[in-house]
Design a protein. Sequence first.
Length: 85
Amino acid sequence: MRTCVGCRQRDLRSQLLRLVLVTSDDAPRVAVDVRACLPGRGAWIHEDLACLDRAVRRRAVPRALRAGGPVDLEPVRAYLEHQDR
């Protein structure tokens, strides 16, 4: 069981999407870990844009990943929008 950082509901690991922090030269960004096997601390979220919006509003993703500041969540939003098609 994992907890979604957006809606705070507990769900099975197979029902959630894992997010990991990727550091680069510019700003840290969050990557979608589809296979849930990338190294590092992960945050879990439902594959739903509403949960992502709630997580952004609450600033839950940087806190869950223990990032030092704001992170770029555009790759996650793009992934979820692509899945909705």
